[in-house]
Design a protein around this ligand. Structure first.
Ligand SMILES: [Zn+2]
Length: 631
């Protein structure tokens, strides 16, 4: 459908809700505010019919704009979902299918395209998982300012290290806007609060003590109200575009899923979506047609008078703004997150009142009669199943084309998904793994251990549980236990370089140098450029009295980090163990110039001089080492 035709048509039929783009002559460019509220289920928002919570800011914004009652995200995890919002692409097309997977520069973002049109751009994030320097590489493209987290935080608390309260995010955004008043602006503001753990501040922690998730939503809404009030006070509200959307929902125990990330049911894919357009147009419009969060990208460009790139999986929502267009758009869902745990990925399509989920045990729900998606009607011969499969195949073909430049697929992605366990059989384990991850983040090792041990009781071969428990025991100093879990993890997942490295660390600490050698060699075979593994393997070879192999490892380590003192000291030790004192003394002498306060350098230099028969020099170096050591 051509939006232009619709807009002209509406104009001629003099429907009040016509939004002119900024491409119109002399029209001032509008400020554009994209506000994403994390983990926000549509059915926990008051204007979406919820009565146990309070969301006055969202409700007021809906009154001032267009509320989409049936909006769906293609992904139930934060980074993937946000990448779809920012690019208008389905996960398989933009490739950000897990945390830390870079958003490739070949996919233009709304920030880049608006910046090209002269917008001043800034992003304010509420969670470290969206930090563009660490877990969300590529997300910062197109933003003049991206409010990342501090690189080093000594705080053990989650606040400021992993997460920012909504009021902090909003304060950062308002300060920036005050300091950079000249627009037009494109700002993305991300409020993370409704994400678990549910820990709203007072008074929400008290008012909502029996349903803290709603307390987090009420608090995020309070912060949104503050931001909207700021826009009104500064005269920016009326002429701005404001989009508020949830990145995904929350399981809340439905389908046995506590949080989100695995399944594609409505509990985690149905999100609120509100679009306020400039000048008080379209007020109070409610659209019941099914739309998608990939439609936000072309809508923002449309409202800014910019054309969306041809490669887009969404379409502008402007055609709905009059409230009369009821055409449903097919909503696709993709979840590769299960692959991280060795389980089958899921695909879904929500179309024509039905939801089909492709899985080892496929599912079909008649959403008109079965809104809770509890009665599986799947039969392979069913016409709806066949149509859905054809639609999914079409999406896959399109994504594969877009995908040619994708850097690396996960190893499991190449396996036949139907041969992997169905996530439906693994969700209890996933809830425990998630609880363990949150406990580790919050520095509660005992809780993390309990959850991981429970997960292992469900599945003794869970690679994630084995690896996490091994790493936990390694941190806690139980090296024998750590080594046992990590060796098991290596057996279950022989391609996991990190598990093998940690196994090497645990075995070395547990005084099993031969075992450590094998694990480290295995890890380095998978991923040769690991400096810490090279260094440790050099040390292990020294323990094993294999001096030649030790020298090779320290030299390899120095190729990776030529200025590493540890690697240079290791190499000198290996050289001396080989009887090569002169060479060791030469490199240690050079090292002692640059590191005149390093006692170990002088101590080793003393050994080298002794080996060369230079006892006076040896004594001087030893005295220097002793003096430095005493400091
Ligand atoms: Zn999220």
């Amino acid at each position: 459908m051509k939006p232009l035709v619709i807009v002209v048509g509406l104009y001629l039929s003099s429907v009040s809700c016509v939004v002119s783009s900024t491409a119109a002559p002399k029209a001032p460019a509008h400020d554009v505010f994209l506000i994403t509220i994390d983990t926000l289920r549509a059915d926990h928002v008051h204007c979406y019919g919820y009565t146990d919570g309070s969301t006055p800011a969202l409700d007021a914004l809906a009154k001032d704009g267009v509320r989409f009652t049936e909006a769906f995200t293609p992904s139930p995890i934060t980074n993937t979902s946000h990448a779809s919002i920012l690019t208008g692409l389905l996960p398989g097309s933009h490739g950000v299918t897990d945390f830390a997977v870079p958003l490739a520069s070949t996919h233009p973002t709304v920030a880049e395209l608006l910046k090209e049109r002269g917008y001043r751009t800034a992003a304010f994030i509420g969670a470290v998982i969206l930090d563009s320097k660490t877990l969300a590489p590529g997300f910062g493209r197109g933003f003049d300012f991206y409010d990342n987290f501090p690189e080093h935080s000594s705080s053990k608390s989650r606040w400021g290290r992993l997460e920012r309260r909504a009021m902090d995010v909003v304060a950062h955004a308002e300060n920036w806007l005050t300091k950079h008043p000249a627009g037009p602006h494109f700002m993305w503001v991300h409020l993370y609060d409704p994400h678990d753990p549910y820990e709203p501040p007072m008074p929400y922690s008290q008012t909502y003590k029996d349903h803290l998730y709603d307390g987090e939503i009420a608090y995020a809404d309070f912060a949104l109200a503050h931001f909207i009030a700021y826009l009104k006070t500064t005269g920016r509200y009326r002429n701005s575009v404001i989009v508020v959307v949830g990145d995904h929902g929350e399981g809340l125990g439905e389908h046995h899923e506590d949080t989100h990330g695995i399944f594609l049911y409505d509990s985690t894919t149905h999100v609120p979506l509100i679009v306020k357009v400039p000048r008080g147009d379209c007020v109070g419009t409610v659209v019941t047609a099914q739309v998608r969060t990939v439609d936000i990208f072309p809508t923002l460009l449309d409202l800014a008078g910019a054309a969306a790139p041809k490669k887009s999986d969404g379409e502008s929502l402007q055609v709905y703004f009059s409230g009369t267009n009821g055409v449903d758009r097919p909503a696709f869902g993709e979840s590769d997150y299960p692959l991280r745990f060795g389980w089958a990925p899921l695909r879904s399509v929500r179309n024509d009142g039905y939801k089909f989920i492709e899985a080892p045990r496929p599912e079909l729900y008649d959403l008109r009669r079965d809104t809770s998606e509890s009665s599986n009607q799947y039969e392979s011969a069913n016409v709806r199943v066949q149509k859905s499969r054809a639609m999914l195949a079409e999406v896959k073909a399109k994504e594969t084309l877009a995908d040619a430049s994708k850097p690396e697929t996960q190893p499991e992605a190449n396996a036949n998904p139907s041969s992997l366990p169905d996530p439906k059989d693994k969700i209890k384990e996933q809830n425990l793994l998630h609880a363990a991850m949150m406990a580790s983040e919050d520095d509660r090792p005992a809780d993390a251990r309990n959850a991981l041990e429970e997960a292992l009781a469900l599945d003794p071969k869970s690679p994630t549980a084995l690896r996490q428990l091994g790493e936990l025991e390694l941190q806690m100093g139980d090296y024998a236990q750590a080594a046992q879990h990590l060796k098991s993890a290596m057996v279950v997942r022989p391609d996991d370089a990190a598990a093998a490295f940690h196994a090497g660390q645990a075995l070395e600490k547990a005084h099993d140098p031969a075992g450590a050698r094998d694990a480290l060699e295995a890890s380095l075979k998978l991923l040769p450029g690991q400096f810490p593994a090279r260094l440790l393997l050099g040390k292990v070879y020294l323990d094993l009295k294999d001096q030649k192999a030790a020298e090779d490892q320290f030299e390899a380590a120095l190729l990776l980090q030529s200025d590493s003192v540890e690697a240079q000291l290791g190499l000198a030790r290996a050289q001396m163990a080989n009887g090569n004192f002169t060479e060791a003394a030469q490199s240690l002498e050079a090292l002692s110039m640059a590191h005149a306060k390093n006692a170990e350098v002088f101590s080793l230099l003393a050994t080298a001089y002794s080996g060369m028969g230079k006892s006076a020099e040896a004594q001087r170096a030893q005295a220097k080492a002793k003096a430095l050591h005493g400091k």
